[in-house]
Design a protein around this ligand. Structure first.
Ligand SMILES: [Zn+2]
Length: 503
């Protein structure tokens, strides 16, 4: 049986031979400036409605339940590859359930569909004119959405021949998720952590059997020292058990389940959203959710029987004032695009030079109406020859758009301070295609948003986890939230201090 999915590099276009177990583009060469990221595609010859029907044998309009990785298995490349390798459908489900059961023993949580609720009390407290939907990931495995990415990788590892150690650079939710899932599949894990890592987190990582490696910032070194050490480990043969799509394209796959859940849940509630506020650090979350939502739209996931088209919300990406490499990259690319759409001929060197202070103003909440207007023009040009050629230029000139943030950043939302937006290209494309834009939020708003979120929803979300909501709050307070807009936000990580009290 042929797989209906295939890995294709979004940078160079290389299609990976079916049956080959790889996680990074085989055509990547050091210093080639191409944005090699493997992306799972449905093969053009696979019938989209068959794939969608296979995946959703439930009644239209019923809310999704049960294990997400069983429910959406047909969409996973790990599933398609396992079937090609001779595993039965039942065999794959048994594999998922075995890992999920082991995770439950370790963590008392499972990969069941997480709640999506209308938070009317919070919306009323703010005086929002439109609905507010919150997807609550704080009760997911290990207390955050990160575990979805790791489970997606675990399913590849269980089906492949990769042996040896796993590696990740993180001091927070990603490391906690990795250590739970690695333990569940009995794989040794090295976690590269900063010298000021939270002792609570380090204790939990070590209790789960992970090997922690402290990485001091070396004089003259730019970029995250933990990430440098992680890359060295991967170069020496470790498997990247991480959330950076550029190191391991397969990490996006598990996160797609979040997008699929959202589309089905909104359909079951008979609603949709105008704006999706999503926090961005390394961008695996945003990349996965956006891709999952677009696939749901393309595959008519929930509309197979109901005939209702799924409406894609505009994707508003939220970063802090501490570091905003994504807004910088978006600015450079969108300025080129807007010029090209007016017929201006551009050379490779035509790149907007703009400093951090100007970017803070350009992508602050007060300027959102202008950004929304630009975004609408760009969305209208999606698919045009001019836009496609500019996107190809960006994919093959990565260093002109994305580079490591120069200063060591600080924010209360410390989980989204990645100094590089690894999966930037997928997320910028998601903004362009959906009519969304980047938004930069200050510290006071991040703090206020977290307090409001906890008080009015009762969800023990931490300030990183509510930073997407801080974007919504910022627009509302600046008077730039479109009238009556229905908003969707993701509460991504639990407050660890709250969780420690409960244990
Ligand atoms: Zn490539």
């Amino acid at each position: 049986m042929a797989a209906s999915t295939q890995l294709v590099c979004s940078g160079c276009g290389k299609a990976v031979d079916p049956g080959l177990h790889v996680f990074a583009c085989p055509a990547a060469r050091a210093g080639d400036d191409i944005d090699h990221v493997l992306v799972r595609h449905f093969r053009p010859d696979a019938s989209r409605h068959d794939a969608a029907r296979e995946a959703h044998q439930t009644t239209a309009h019923s809310a999704p339940t049960g294990c997400s990785f069983v429910r959406y298995r047909h969409h996973l490349h790990s599933y398609q590859q396992a079937v090609v390798d001779g595993l039965s459908d039942d065999g794959f489900c048994a594999r998922v359930r075995r890992i999920d059961d082991r995770i439950f023993e370790l963590d008392r949580r499972r990969f069941d569909v997480t709640p999506l609720t209308a938070e009317t009390t919070l919306a009323e407290a703010l005086g929002l004119g439109g609905a507010l939907w919150v997807k609550n990931e704080t009760g997911n495995v290990s207390g955050s959405h990160k575990a979805r990415h790791m489970m997606g990788l675990a399913l590849h590892l269980e089906g492949g021949e990769a042996t040896g150690r796993l590696a990740i650079a993180s001091c927070g939710n990603a490391a906690l998720a990795a250590s739970v899932v690695a333990r569940a599949i009995d794989r040794p894990l090295d976690v590269f952590i900063p010298t000021d890592a939270d002792p609570l987190v380090v204790e939990r990582l070590e209790a789960l059997g992970a090997n922690t490696v402290r990485c001091p910032r070396l004089p003259g070194q730019t970029g995250d020292p933990c990430y440098h050490r992680f890359q060295e480990a991967v170069a020496s043969g470790a498997f990247p058990f991480s959330c950076q799509g550029s190191d391991n394209g397969l990490t996006i796959e598990g996160g797609l389940t979040l997008g699929y859940e959202l589309s089905e849940q909104l359909a079951a509630l008979g609603d949709d959203a105008d704006l999706l506020f999503v926090q961005v650090g390394g961008a695996a979350l945003a990349s996965a959710v956006v891709q999952g939502l677009f696939e749901a739209q393309r595959l008519d996931l929930e509309a197979v029987d109901s005939g209702l088209p799924f409406k894609m919300p505009k994707v508003v990406t939220v970063q802090t004032h501490g570091a905003f490499p994504l807004a910088r990259a978006y600015h450079r690319l969108s300025r080129r695009l807007l010029q090209r759409l007016e017929g201006v001929q551009l050379g490779a060197e035509d790149l907007a030079a703009v400093d951090g202070a100007s970017l803070l103003e350009l992508y602050g909440p007060a300027n959102a109406a202008q950004n929304l207007a630009n975004a609408s023009r760009l969305m209208a040009a999606w698919g045009s020859e001019r836009m496609s050629s500019e996107l190809s230029f960006a994919a093959t000139h990565r260093a002109s758009f994305m580079w490591a943030w120069e200063d060591a950043p600080h924010s209360v939302a410390h989980g989204i301070l990645d100094d590089e937006t690894y999966d930037w290209f997928a997320v910028v494309k998601g903004m362009l295609r959906s009519g969304g834009f980047p938004l930069l939020v200050d510290e006071a708003t991040l703090v206020q948003a977290n307090a409001l979120a906890v008080e009015h929803t009762g969800i023990p979300v931490d300030p990183t986890g509510s930073s997407g909501f801080a974007g919504l709050l910022a627009l509302h307070q600046a008077g730039t939230l479109p009238e009556g807009a229905r908003s969707l936000v993701l509460f991504t990580g639990v407050d660890r201090a709250y969780e420690a009290k409960g244990r």
